[in-house]
Design a protein. Sequence first.
Length: 390
Amino acid sequence: MELFKKTNIDFLGKKGIFIGASLVLTAVGLVSWVGKGGLKYGIDFTGGANIVARFSSKPPVDKIRSAISAKIPGELSVQEVSGENEVIIGTPIKNDVALQQETKVISETLMTTFGESSGKLDLNNANGQTLADRLRDPLQQASVPMNDQQLRDMAKAILEFKNTPPRSGLLSNLDQLSGVPGVTPQVIAVMKQQCYLAPFSIRSAEVVGPKIGAELRTKAILAVLYALVGMLIYLAFRFEFIYGLAAVIAVFHDVIITLGLFSLFDKEFSLNVVAALLTLVGYSMNDTIVVFDRIRESLKLSRQELSTQIVNDSINQTLSRTILTSGLTFVSALSLLLFGGAVLNGFAFALVAGILVGTYSSIFVASPILVFWHDYIQRRKKVAPAAAAK
């Protein structure tokens, strides 16, 4: 499908405007970056608490975030675990004492939001000692013969049963306990009077220290750099080294400007954004390769040296494809940015900014580098004989 036929736009004639815009965006982004002391890193990189909560159905992420934000001030992240009915709640705390306090607040908040106010014990979030204490007197009143050791053993067996797959921390019905050692029909009858099952369970809570956050930052940087080096090697093998270098410079340009925009708009930099940057690297590189491939074909057909005209013609010939792919991808990313919610905001923002910058860098950054290098080599070839003659 072609949107445009036989266009003859002088793209390289306008390269100065876009290169100037790139330099301005890069400078402004770096100034903002330095002025703010770096990017606004998320909990994944700065350290904090990660509390994992499992739900009986798809977690209402926005409702969870709203409820917890009202109780815990400051930065908060609520990320849904793909393929699981779980969320990871991140808060900026630094030690185990604060972790216990925060976990208690989050548990109570979730209980108020999703639990019952009947006064019964929530079995899905109870520990063994609390369960044993709650059942001791009611079991005696129901004439169920059980000493303290048997009661503790039964409570332990109940929790082990609850925490093993496929339940993984959540019971949906107290009758599921009928096969647990020590749990008789009389015990289940008492438990139905004393306990209920909340639709969520706090599965784990741990502190991610600043050292681990620094390691994640290093690994994120290395992931992007390894991707660039790998693509440079591939393009040098598939085309020529200068093609690979031009493409890598263009993609590096895209990443720097995107990070600068994150600093300018005070967006949080998280692991989701790293995933978006790697996606951007692959997308922008693919767009550049399409243009380069057409340039190579044009050189073979025309049997001429690389020139501004051949590059312009090649870009015009791939214009329809560029607009179709970049346009549709941009619309999808923009929809995620506008309607995807807080969890996907950073990811979508990186894609929207990266698609815009990556599309024009393939045309106005990578392609002019090829022409500049070719002209430089030609001048060297002309100067060499002249110097030899002298």
